[in-house]
Design a protein around this ligand. Structure first.
Ligand code: SF4
Length: 312
């Protein structure tokens, strides 16, 4: 049965003709929000241990991370091909020549068909974009920007160290260069109303993105946000409310955008809140059932590309 949303796994399968999974690497980057260039302490929600898998640790070489990671993913998900995912921290925050060598090294492994690179909008420039443009002539390339929010008040609250204008400039520089563009957003920040969060669907639909990862806000141990939450707790999405909200969000999202993620997964040992007590598969199933129950789909209420343009 056809899905009611534009699924990343289906897209990859169609593109490569087989099961393709991401395999993460941590190449020991930091980010300007941690090393003092912009700030120290990082974005308030950030604990990289909460999303980087255990095989991807900077203390291991790229070779060890990739061979262990691919072996694990082959067995667990029956993957046949891989996208190397430069995931932890800011993976364009370094010397351009060294970055290109590192991406090319990843591409030299058997079974690797491309790379995905996670970064910040203020850590790219023309020289780095040209690297991705060159590589995209040889293989699959996706550049993923952490947008997080389209509202400057929220970016300030998160201590992101950049505004939404920076995100728009990065997309302008990156669009039409032959590689795919991805975006990460967070839903549930205490600085935004539910209506403002919903309006983000219009705004991100107006960006030149191929793919989106949607995260519901999690309070993760060891983060500044955890300390804030302990002192003054605020409302987070409950499970039922999120099912309703994400369906409404998907309805407004452009049907052309591939959805790679609908919600956050944090290991239980690191999660403070919310406590949904459901597995990844159960939540996906819950969203699919909700779409089915309402007989709706991604893009049903899409306002069109000209809509959006929230001014920070
Ligand atoms: S979310 Fe990204 S930019 Fe923010 S502190 Fe973490 S690694 Fe740095």
């Amino acid at each position: 049965m056809k899905r009611r949303y534009n699924s990343y796994h289906d897209y990859m399968k169609e593109k490569f003709g087989c099961r393709v999974n991401k395999v993460s690497v941590d190449m020991g980057f930091t980010c300007p929000n941690r090393d003092g260039s912009l700030a120290r302490g990082g974005c308030v929600y950030c604990n990289n241990d909460s999303f980087v898998p255990p095989y991807a640790r900077a203390r291991y070489s790229m070779h060890d991370q990739l061979t262990d990671g691919m072996d694990y993913i082959r067995k667990r998900f029956k993957a046949e091909k891989f996208i190397v995912y430069f995931q932890a921290y800011t993976n364009t925050y370094g010397d351009a020549r060294e970055l290109e060598n590192m991406y090319r090294e990843a591409l030299s492994y058997d079974g690797v068909v491309g790379i995905a690179v996670g970064t910040r909008s203020d850590c790219v420039d023309e020289e780095k974009i040209e690297i991705f443009e060159r590589l995209a002539k040889e293989c699959y390339v996706s550049l993923e920007y952490g947008i997080e929010s389209v509202y400057d008040k929220s970016l300030e609250f998160m201590n992101r160290g950049h505004d939404y204008g920076s995100v728009l400039r990065a997309f302008e520089m990156s669009r039409g260069r032959g590689f795919e563009l991805g975006a990460h957003i967070i839903l549930g920040l205490p600085t935004e109303t539910r209506e403002e969060m919903l309006a983000m669907a219009d705004e991100v639909s107006s960006l030149p993105i191929n793919c989106i990862k949607i995260h519901n806000l999690h309070i993760v141990k060891g983060t500044p946000l955890a300390r804030m939450y302990m002192v003054a707790p605020f409302e987070l999405f409950g499970y039922e409310e999120y099912l309703d909200f994400i369906v409404r969000f998907l309805e407004k999202l452009s049907p052309d955008i591939i959805v790679e993620r609908f919600f956050t997964d944090t290991p239980r040992s690191l999660l403070i809140a919310p406590g949904w007590d459901r597995s990844h598969i159960e939540v996906i199933k819950g969203i699919e059932e909700e779409l089915e129950k309402r007989d709706t789909c991604q893009g049903r209420l899409y306002a069109g590309a000209a809509h959006g343009r929230i001014a920070g």
